[in-house]
Design a protein around this ligand. Structure first.
Ligand code: UD1
Length: 331
């Protein structure tokens, strides 16, 4: 089976390419290098011992997508490509709506034309908004998203539901990721945010390595175990394996799965574990809450286990060790 991976050189896309290759899928990558580097391709080839066809195209150009489908007998698409920085999306909403929606619509239109109807979409737990209970199950309503990035995820989910309603021969899987972190154990691929990171784990790494002075912990007065925010951190390799299982095992129709560990970890717990596992200090200070943050959320991942046969295998210690290994290997 030949799979087109959009955004295949990005953080989650690259790890998924590795797992798909291990499972012997044929892979075609399309990536415009907006938020990724071309040398990731060589690293993927080094890890897997396989070669991959890369198209350096932008999905906002529909003719370029057609070229890919003309030249390759694509059977399924896993769609990662998109802008993903929450803060930037608030400053540049038009850029986010235009890029994330137009690229996805172009892709789906070309898929329809070429009668390729198996689609896996990179969605996010952000679509739950401020959930009524911290534990999120897929049948909960999509909530009020708090930023344009999150809204593009919710809008694309809705577009895909409408598409499926119009034609039941599509097989669509929406994967709602919780907080993807960690890196490949080889130290060759991982997350490389541009500039000062917004997310917790990349920020911890910059502080541990002395590139930033201290971590600001956003609030210690939440109704959680120690007052700091609680999230479900998932190792990116576990997440990547979830995509392979979705391609292999998703039943007919439109399916939605949470991909998370099912366990919430607080900011302080993560910092302490990181320090212990890696024997490094992470200086921090408590500051005000960050607007838009919720106290606590974590996945109910039982549907993914039941229907896909997937669950996380890596621990929070593995996450901390692999992330630090990548930070140091990057050099
Ligand atoms: C955010 C986005 C989510 C996106 C994810 C990427 C929202 C509501 N959530 O999730 O859509 O998919 O990033 O992984 O837009 N924290 C600190 N100090 C920091 C950074 C974070 O204390 O410097 C805390 C936050 O308050 C939060 C936790 O760490 O409690 C995790 O934050 P972060 O890594 O930014 O992820 P989310 O906000 O959960």
């Amino acid at each position: 089976m030949k799979i087109l991976v959009t955004g295949g050189l990005g953080f989650i896309g690259s790890h998924t390419v590795v797992e798909l290759a291990k499972a012997n899928f044929e892979i075609v990558i399309v990536d415009n290098l907006y938020n990724s580097k071309e040398d990731v391709l060589e690293k993927l080839e080094k890890i897997t011992g396989k070669k991959f066809k890369l198209y350096k195209y932008d999905l906002c150009n529909k003719e370029k997508i057609e070229e890919i489908f003309k030249e390759n007998q694509i059977d399924a698409v896993i769609h990662f490509a998109g802008y993903k920085a929450v803060g930037e999306s608030v400053r540049e909403p038009l850029m986010y709506y235009s890029n994330n929606l137009i690229s996805t619509l172009n892709l789906l239109e070309v898929m329809k034309k070429y009668n390729v109807k198996k689609f896996v979409f990179s969605s996010s737990a952000t679509v739950y908004g401020e959930p009524k209970t911290p534990k999120c199950t897929e049948n909960m309503n999509r909530g009020e998203t708090t930023n344009p990035y999150g809204t593009t995820k919710a809008m694309i989910e809705k577009i895909l539901e409408d598409l499926y309603a119009s034609d039941n021969s599509w097989n669509i899987t929406l994967l709602r990721y919780f907080n993807p972190v960690g890196a490949h154990e080889s130290g060759l691929i991982g997350e490389e945010p541009n500039g000062i990171p917004n997310n917790l784990m990349p920020y911890i790494m910059k502080v541990a390595s002395g590139k930033l002075e201290k971590l600001n912990i956003f609030g210690n007065d939440y109704p959680t175990i120690d007052g700091t925010g609680v999230r479900d951190y998932i190792h990116v390799v576990d997440l990547a394996k979830g995509h392979v299982k979705a391609i292999q095992n998703a039943p007919d129709g439109l399916n939605i799965y949470n991909l998370g560990s099912g366990k919430g970890i607080s900011v302080l717990e993560l910092v302490t574990t990181f320090e212990k596992v890696n024997n490094v200090k992470v200086n921090y200070q408590i500051v005000d809450r960050r607007p838009g943050d919720i106290a606590e959320n974590y996945a109910d991942p039982s549907e993914a286990l039941k229907e896909l046969g997937w669950k996380t295998e890596k621990s929070i210690e593995d996450i901390c060790r692999d992330a630090w290994n990548y930070e140091n290997a990057e050099g």
